[in-house]
Write a protein of this length. Structure first.
Length: 62
């Protein structure tokens, strides 16, 4: 099921992984790390949650 809610993240949430820590156990999928550094947005390939960097947050890829 697609979740239309955009989840805003900041530098403290990096490295970004899905599912988030507060996800109920019944709704878990395998943990996947998501690269948000190039575009500032990314969608989880398992659950379609959409993550976006908060305005003004700068990250650098390593």
């Amino acid at each position: 099921m697609k979740d239309d809610k955009i989840i805003e993240v900041d530098a403290n949430d990096l490295p970004l992984s899905c599912p988030p820590k507060d996800t109920p156990a019944w709704n878990l999928h395998p943990r996947v790390y998501l690269d948000i550094t190039d575009t500032g947005e990314v969608t989880c390939p398992y659950c379609d949650k959409h993550y976006k960097l908060k305005d003004g947050v700068k990250v650098h890829s390593h």
